[in-house]
Write a protein that binds this ligand. Structure first.
Ligand code: SF4
Ligand code: F3S
Length: 106
């Protein structure tokens, strides 16, 4: 499956959700995740993310391996999102900032 990684946190652009044919994005307060049991590896969401936060499970950036399990865990807890909405207010400022995992809200 594909995985949403750290740079989504505090940005949440949501462009990704519109293209998913199987509605496998789930929404939390400041982050989205992909349900690994539903993702069919179609690849459509990856280029849609303005923050380049989506990667195949086998290709997540070094140091972000924990996001594989985090997507599975949070997908089970958060509701599905299928319609794009406005990004978080300071998305442009947070895009690319390191250490965003510390800001994840559950
Ligand atoms: Fe959905 Fe395809 Fe992205 Fe998987 S790879 S989350 S199926 S758009
Ligand atoms: Fe997050 Fe990118 Fe989607 S910032 S909400 S993974 S478009």
């Amino acid at each position: 499956p594909f995985v949403v990684t750290e740079n989504c946190i505090k940005c949440k652009y949501t462009d990704c959700v519109e293209v998913c044919p199987v509605d496998c994005f789930h929404e939390g307060p400041n982050f989205l995740v992909i349900d690994p049991d539903e993702c069919i590896d179609c690849t459509l969401c990856e280029p849609e993310c303005p923050a380049n936060a989506i990667f195949p499970e086998d290709d997540v950036p070094a140091g972000q391996e924990a996001f594989v399990a985090l997507n599975a865990e949070l997908a089970a807890a958060w509701p599905v999102i299928t319609t794009r909405k406005e990004p978080l207010p300071d998305a442009a400022d947070w895009d690319g900032k390191p250490g965003k995992l510390a800001h994840l809200e559950r």
